[in-house]
Design a protein around this ligand. Structure first.
Ligand SMILES: Nc1ncnc2c1ncn2[C@@H]1O[C@H](COP(=O)(O)OP(=O)(O)O)[C@@H](O)[C@H]1O
Ligand SMILES: [Mg+2]
Length: 355
């Protein structure tokens, strides 16, 4: 290849679809989680037979496909089984009973919750939820500040399956006895991926996100090894994106091991135990998110410009991705008639040893 062929031209990119490297991206094909999906579906099956479903507690370390697996099963319900209503709520973004009540209203498109007290909202919801069987998923439950909503859903919704997702098995033991005994969940552990499985998952993402041939084989292998060491797919997605950006910045059409190592140098040795280090710009942006949690990324960028933020929108949104990787913020992708957008929420970072 001639030297000019290895160089990116002005405005050219090595990405096919950068969004495919987001943690919230849902690939159509979920790899290596057949058994787990089957177990999740099994907890919902009784709802088809006019019975109540089984409840389930899904657990396992971060970044091993728990959210994705449940969302896959829910997507199938949505597309093929209208008689069951799947409702997914992220409890990190909605960490109180009141916020969950609102999230549930939004999930069923119920708009008359303004000025109502939490118990009044639940009264309205109860009526709705008792018309069709409901499969609830409450994700990241270890970030909840109170659990009253769980008690209400357990007591007042008759035909339901409740799936709770947590990174920590111990979380369940700490629950109030009156909830624990009513919930009586089956436990579903997501085991770690082995090296081959991780490689498959990263290969799938590489093909969706980057142009063909945009990553040298040894560079990809370095990303795979890093992911295996971290035991977290998100670590691999993060490095792949950052290294692709490093390649672009160097006007290179191909990501090489050099680009990967320049990124790895900045990565924490043990993600989730050691918080990642934030550069000054990231910290500046984080302060803006703190003051404006729950805004769309475009609106957040305007706030950033208002306080003299100088980076481009592209750089700004990449910094937001870095903050998401470090769990400083959490992102929610919304797909709407007016186009897609991402909402950005501030998170109080909890360390593993706090549980
Ligand atoms: N089996 C899989 N197949 C494809 N992508 C996966 C798989 N498992 C995890 N991922 C990807 O890895 C990232 C982390 O998965 P996620 O479901 O958010 O993990 P968890 O909820 O366990 O923290 C997501 O971007 C997800 O798309
Ligand atoms: Mg998750």
């Amino acid at each position: 290849m001639g030297i000019f062929e290895t160089m990116l031209k002005e405005g050219e990119t090595i990405f096919l679809n950068e969004y495919a490297l987001d943690f919230s991206f849902q690939p159509k094909l979920l790899l290596h989680r057949e058994k787990e999906q089957f177990a999740i579906a099994n907890s919902i099956v009784p709802l088809f037979a006019e019975r109540t479903g089984k409840n389930m507690m899904v657990y396992g370390r971060p970044g091993i496909g728990k959210t994705l697996a449940v969302l896959h099963v829910f997507k199938e319900l949505e597309d093929e089984h209208e008689e069951i209503l799947p409702i997914y709520v992220n409890c990190w973004q909605n960490n109180s009973t009141y916020k969950i009540a609102i999230a549930l209203c939004e999930a069923v498109n119920y708009k008359f919750y303004q000025n109502k007290k939490t118990h009044e909202i639940f009264k309205d919801l109860e009526e709705k939820f008792n018309k069709t069987p409901v499969a609830f998923c409450f994700d990241e439950v270890d970030k909840l500040e109170d659990f009253d909503f769980l008690y209400t859903v357990l007591e007042r919704v008759y035909r339901k399956t409740i799936i709770l997702i947590s990174n920590y098995k111990e979380w369940f033991a700490g629950l109030d006895e009156r909830i624990r005994s009513r919930l009586h969940p089956e436990l579903l552990e997501f085991r770690d991926y082995n090296a081959d499985e991780m490689k498959d998952i990263l290969t799938q993402r590489k093909e969706l996100a980057l142009k063909h041939g945009a990553i040298a084989e040894d560079a990809f292998q370095a990303i795979v090894l890093h992911t295996i060491a971290q035991k977290d797919i998100r670590a691999g997605l993060h490095v792949m994106r950052q290294a692709a950006e490093a390649a672009e910045e160097a006007s290179s059409r191909i990501m090489t091991t050099q680009h990967v190592s320049s990124v790895l140098k900045k990565c924490p040795k043990e993600y989730a135990k050691e918080p990642i280090e934030l550069d000054e710009e990231c910290r500046f942006i984080l302060e803006i998110v703190k003051a404006n949690s729950g805004l769309k990324i475009g609106d957040l960028f305007k706030k950033y410009e208002d306080v003299n933020g100088r980076q481009s929108y592209k750089t700004f949104s990449r910094k937001i991705q870095t903050l998401a990787f470090g769990s400083f913020v959490s992102l929610k992708r919304i797909v709407g008639a007016g186009g897609n957008s991402t909402m950005v929420y501030h998170q109080n970072v909890k360390r593993l040893d706090e549980f």
